[in-house]
Design a protein around this ligand. Structure first.
Ligand SMILES: [Zn+2]
Length: 354
């Protein structure tokens, strides 16, 4: 266990720039950092309360649990505000905030970890909401979020470990600006659906989706799944030598930049193959059914109509990307069509200049 008082004079680079003392490093706040999780407020009869009342109660209870005005958060610095993504609410304090959402409960946020969270657009960014309070041990403080972790040690900037950067994670974002890391990544848990390989979780979700579609009288067939780096390399270099790079980029993803290399993407088709890999697939029963229901099984239509300036791809109503049920439902409910916009990432209309 770290002696936090020993670090009380340490300033983060950000705090040093603004001349502010880093608030978390008071003795009281330090005690606060040693509490791990357990912050979700229990309300006696939640059903009797509205969402806002529930949030207020949960935030107040969390603030009291942390020590109220004696906590590192200091005094309240504003009224509670709701209307955040996914039904969230927050309250600001002198040195940080407490943020609540139905899925994550009330969690505190302060200091360098909060600065790093802010730099990633708070709950609107790729990290989502905190799922626990910050915890410190062996001189490193870290806080877990819905889709990643932020870690911080004294005298160093906080670093974020984002699920969207990790190809093993179903929230990974791959586009023309964000190659897979490593570029020759290959998943190890592939299963076959309709003769196409997909990561196990994706394959299971696709099978459930196919059963549900069949129950509605619609056949959804998988026609393309995992594509290995080597396959894409051979394809792309063939196109490049035949047509030149510009044309090759227009008709094929560069190796290491294709969602199909994650094992989380699947191209679907109708039973009769009508409009396969064409925009008119959207009007087939399979295309209509997928657009309306895919999110319930953890899939999104990754390249929506009118979004090529963001995604770098024309409308592909057949290209589904598995992101997990929670994220797919949230993206669907938000009305935001692309992962780039949902996570507030830069648009990726084309490859960086080489
Ligand atoms: Zn595809």
């Amino acid at each position: 266990m770290t002696d936090c008082r020993g670090r009380a004079t340490v300033k983060t680079p950000a705090a040093a720039r603004t001349g502010q003392r880093f608030p978390v490093l008071s003795a009281a706040a330090c005690a606060l950092t040693l509490i791990v999780g357990g912050a979700t407020a229990a309300v006696a009869s939640p059903a009797a309360l509205t969402g806002v009342e529930r949030a207020e109660t949960a935030i107040d209870r969390e603030y009291e649990r942390l020590g109220g005005t004696d906590s590192g958060l200091g005094r309240p610095a504003g009224a509670e505000t709701c209307g955040l993504r996914d039904g969230g609410c927050y309250r600001s304090y002198e040195h940080g905030g407490i943020v609540w959402s139905p899925a994550t409960g009330a969690q505190p946020s302060w200091g360098a970890i909060r600065d790093a969270w802010a730099a990633h657009s708070f709950e609107n960014g790729p990290l989502g909401y905190p799922v626990a309070g910050p915890a410190c041990s062996d001189g490193i403080c870290s806080q877990n979020f819905q889709r990643g972790t932020i870690s911080w040690r004294p005298a160093a900037p906080a670093t974020a470990d984002l699920d969207i950067d990790n190809p093993e994670n179903t929230a990974v974002v791959v586009n023309k600006e964000r190659p897979l890391n490593p570029e020759d990544y290959a998943p190890e848990d592939l299963l076959s659906v309709d003769g196409q390989l997909l990561r196990a979780e994706t394959a299971e979700a696709l099978k459930l989706m196919q059963e549900a579609a069949a129950a509605d009288g619609v056949t959804v067939r998988a026609i393309s799944g995992y594509r290995p780096f080597e396959t894409q390399s051979a394809l792309y270099s063939g196109y490049t030598s035949q047509y030149g790079q510009e044309q090759a980029d227009a008709i094929s993803a560069r190796p290491g930049y294709s969602e199909h290399q994650t094992g989380l993407a699947v191209d679907i088709a109708a039973a009769d193959g009508a409009c396969s890999l064409q925009a008119c697939f959207a009007d087939t029963p399979a295309g209509v059914w997928a657009a309306e229901n895919a999110h319930r099984f953890g899939f999104i239509v990754r390249y929506p109509a009118g979004s090529s300036a963001v995604t770098g791809y024309a409308y592909e109503p057949w290209h589904l990307r598995y992101v997990g049920v929670d994220l797919a439902q949230a993206v669907h409910a938000s009305g935001i069509g692309t992962l780039e916009e949902y996570f507030r990432l830069p648009a990726a209309p084309g490859y960086p200049a080489q």
